[in-house]
Design a protein around this ligand. Structure first.
Ligand code: PEP
Ligand code: MG
Length: 856
């Protein structure tokens, strides 16, 4: 006989099971144990052991301890009905875990508002164990010892009560009976109905098993029953052996049919995993006919990347394909579908060759297309008289639906891939080339799209695109940042009228005014071409002096560095006059791939950039994912409000190995003095202190004697307000105006409805910048700006007037920015900045700046 102590899997108020607002748990039907009303959203392992099963709805998980005790951890009451929404599993069936390992996490607001209660249970569900020594009716910390479980012996003797397979019992080999019934409860055999079935099965001395979809489970084990992953309308076969088996089978089958205490749902059997949803593919919403050739139209949107471009429209809409339902003969439709698939596969191979660093994505897409169930599903519909488009769309959506319901977030991610492939094949069927990114578009094209994604721009060479017009999108999205790096004038949030612009129409993208002019008169096209050319000439002129250090007209030194988002950007930035890199967005290394880059791979890329910068400073921002930049291989909990959730340093602190590997890669770059580490989304000095401690530890491990500067990004308003305290820990501060503006104005930077007002020149944002500078001055720390405002010439005099001495801008604007700064006098900048602080709006501030510097 041995005893194990279980640690609290959650922090919160510990309570006896009798107080749980769920009769099955309260009466001990599921097992004996305790409950906790949680104050945290992470469920951790109460002991060392192995994960027996994570429920399909990710709200419950069972661990088998070395003693053989099977411990069910069940988050909340009536949470199975959320079907996984709000829950994230961090472990898989069969995975060994140590006490304190993260098992499940959940969105407290979402689950709290939708479930009956958040009270969570920890119960021992198998026989042969007794629970003792519970700590209840008090607050407990996660990890505190709270319960003792006696029983079991050596690990080897642990009986696999939950294992699939017929359970042997005293009556094995005697009378046998079985009956198949339909399970008519909404959420399958979750904890409560499983417990009811177990209680009834245990009354029978012989073996009782349940068979479902080819799997067998011991009906006397809650875990085994839950592990079957049953859903409503599944067929269950009850099998019993031993004396009185027929009566037992009858009574258990009746119990199952009556719902085992859950409400009965009526309805047809669910679609098989391969079945597509019944609904026909949606037909595009009517937005009006395409604009007639030569029809002059002005569309208004939001400024995203300044500059003006003149060119020819190239439509790259993802969703505007109208689908004809009726086919023109099965043989013809099958031929069309197979042809389209071949073209998409060829396009993917081509893309993998052109972008070897992203090859894994394209290979994964090819694998998905090769799935026989997908093709078979489509061919079945074609055989029934449907068109290739209709059949393909239905099959792809059906598969996407199935994938999106899977508990494994990595698999659920593939649903998005399928939606993408659905569109690519539809595009190929409509006779257009299936598009993979924008790398191959004709030079100078004005690309029209619902929304450009970062991956679309991943392999695009500088100078290829003329301009971008998006139906949706916000001005500070990461795709826009890439567009800015490429110097492509971009207008976003134009609305669906942009879909009416025909392919090949003449278009002017005015990124300075946020306008799209369709088929303007020939004179306007000419005049704009002239203006674009003279601006380019001025830029050429400015580029000649761009390599000289930058000072205002009265001698104040302002450093102008570049924001970089990929390795290949560095040489071009130096050519443009960058004095170094003030923000390396390292996400480029982590996004759009199937696993995290190794420390070595990171080191090589950082070293390459440092080499390309030729000894100039390189500020490397640690990974800033989460929010709008999810990583497929880093499952984060589904958050209702991701930009206020796990982003930036919060992810790094939660996944310390990821952060430490990146820190080590940066520390290895030579010469030792060139790199600085910058940490995103810092809200308080303690976070930076933790990262600094990691840096020091890794530095010691690598035996690196030279210190390295560690700075904080000021993006969270609280960080700006405590800049004096932050400066005690930080060697430098760098203001991320994109996020700072979003958080100060409470406007989502990706939301087109508020995009027009999202302006860093709002006096509220400017006041926080002043406060940051004032706080940093106490200890003489440098304040840089690396957000979009640093690339906006109108912001430059204000930022300089507020005391910012370093601007990190998109490379394309550096030459013009330096030339403009050289014309400024610091006294004017201070005066205008002071006036701007007491204005009412960003609009007023912009008016003040243009009145003072009319040439802007
Ligand atoms: C910012 O927020 O201003 C910034 C520079 O970071 P990112 O745009 O990458 O979020
Ligand atoms: Mg940011």
């Amino acid at each position: 006989m041995s005893a194990i102590t279980l640690a609290a899997p959650l922090a919160g108020w510990a309570m006896p099971l009798e107080d749980v607002p769920d009769p099955a748990f309260a009466q001990g039907l599921v097992g004996d144990g305790m409950a906790i009303d949680p104050t945290v959203n992470e469920l951790r392992a109460p002991c060392d052991g192995v994960v027996l099963s994570v429920h399909r709805a990710r709200h419950a998980c069972t661990i088998r301890a070395a003693s053989g005790a099977e411990v069910l951890l069940h988050l909340g009451v009536d949470t199975v009905g959320l079907n996984g929404e709000g829950f994230t599993a961090h472990v898989r069936d069969g995975q060994p875990v140590r006490t304190g390992d993260l098992l499940l996490s959940f969105d407290m607001d979402l689950v709290g508002s939708r479930a009956h209660s958040l009270v969570s249970m920890m119960v021992v569900v198998n026989d042969g164990f007794t629970v003792d020594g519970r700590t209840v009716n008090r607050e407990v910390a996660a990890g505190a010892p709270v319960m003792t479980v006696e029983g079991g012996t050596a690990p080897a003797a642990a009986a696999p009560a939950a294992a699939a397979g017929p359970a042997a019992g005293p009556g094995a080999g005697g009378e046998t009976a079985e009956r198949t019934v339909r399970l008519r409860i909404a959420h399958g055999l979750h904890a409560r109905p499983a417990a009811a079935l177990v209680a009834a099965a245990k009354a029978h001395p012989g073996a009782v098993t349940i068979l479902c979809r080819g799997q067998t489970a011991n009906a006397k084990s809650v875990v085994a029953l839950m592990g079957l992953g049953t859903v409503a309308n599944d067929e269950l076969t009850v099998r019993a052996t031993g004396p009185g088996a027929p009566g037992v089978v009858e009574s258990l089958a009746g119990l199952i049919e009556s719902g085992l205490g859950d409400e009965i749902v009526e309805g047809p059997p669910p679609a098989a995993a391969t079945a597509a949803p019944a609904a026909a593919p949606a037909v595009a919403e009517e937005i009006g006919p395409p604009f007639a050739p030569g029809e002059e139209v002005l569309l208004k949107g939001t400024i995203a990347v300044p500059g003006v471009a003149v060119g020819t429209a190239l439509r790259r809409f993802r969703a505007a394909v109208t689908v004809r339902e009726e086919g023109r003969g099965a043989a013809e439709e099958e031929r069309r579908l197979r042809g389209a698939l071949d073209r998409v596969v060829a396009g993917l191979s081509d893309a993998a060759r052109r972008m070897p660093e992203h090859a894994a994505i394209f290979q994964a897409h090819q694998e998905l297309l090769a799935d026989p169930e997908l093709l078979d599903g489509a061919l079945a519909d074609i055989g029934a008289g449907k068109s290739a488009e209709w059949a393909w769309s239905r099959a792809a959506r059906g598969q996407a639906e199935v994938l999106s319901r899977l508990a494994d977030p990595r698999m659920a991610e593939r649903a998005a891939d399928l939606r993408d492939l659905e569109q690519q094949v539809l595009a190929a069927l409509s006779g257009r080339e299936p598009s993979v990114g924008l790398a191959g578009v004709p030079e100078g094209s004005i690309v029209l799209a619902d929304e450009i994604l970062p991956s679309d721009l991943a392999g695009v060479p500088a100078g290829r695109l003329g301009g971008i017009c998006m139906v949706h999108g916000g001005p500070t999205s990461h795709a826009v940042i890439l567009a800015a790096a490429l110097g492509v004038p971009t207008v976003v949030a134009v609305g669906r009228q942009a879909e009416r612009i025909p392919d090949g129409a003449s278009v002017i993208v005015d990124g300075n005014r946020g306008e799209i002019r369709v088929s303007p008169p020939a004179e306007a096209m000419e005049a704009t071409r002239g203006a674009v050319a003279s601006r380019a000439a001025r830029r050429e002129e400015n580029r000649r002096t761009a390599h000289e250090p930058c000072r205002t007209a009265d001698g104040t030194r302002i450093e102008v560095l570049a924001n970089l988002g990929r390795v290949s950007d560095a040489p071009g930035a130096v050519t443009e006059g960058a004095e170094g890199c003030g923000l390396l967005r390292t996400e480029f290394l982590f996004l759009e791939r199937q696993s995290a880059p190794s420390e070595d791979e990171q080191y090589r890329q950082y070293q390459q950039i440092a080499d390309d910068l030729g000894g100039r400073p390189l500020v490397i921002r640690t990974l800033d994912v989460g929010g709008d930049k999810p990583l497929p291989y880093l499952p984060l909990p589904k958050e209702e409000n991701p930009v206020l959730g796990l982003r930036g340093v919060r992810v790094g602190l939660r996944e310390p190995e990821l952060l430490r590997a990146q820190i080590r890669a940066i520390l290895r770059v030579r010469p030792a003095g060139v790199c600085r580490i910058m940490v995103p989304m810092i809200a308080s000095p303690a976070e930076l202190r933790t990262v600094r401690a990691m840096v020091d530890e890794e530095r010691a491990r690598l035996g690196r004697a030279e210190p390295i500067e560690v700075g904080a990004m000021i993006e969270v308003p609280a960080a700006a307000l405590v800049a004096d305290r932050m400066s005690i820990v930080a060697d430098f501060l760098s203001i991320g105006t994109n996020d700072l503006t979003q958080y100060v104005l409470a406007m989502d930077r990706g939301n087109p409805h508020v995009a027009a007002q999202l302006d860093a020149l709002h006096p509220g944002v400017l006041r926080l910048i002043r406060q940051t500078v004032a706080g940093a001055e106490v200890l003489g720390r440098t304040v840089a700006v690396c957000g979009g405002a640093a690339s906006d010439p109108m912001a430059a005099p204000l930022l300089i007037g507020l005391g910012v001495t370093e601007l990190s801008a998109t490379p394309a604007v550096i030459a013009d920015l330096k030339a403009f700064i050289r014309t400024l006098r610091i006294a004017d900048c201070r005066r205008i900045a002071e006036m701007a602080l007491s204005l009412d709006s960003a609009e007023d501030v912009r008016r003040l700046v243009t009145e003072t510097w009319p040439d802007l």
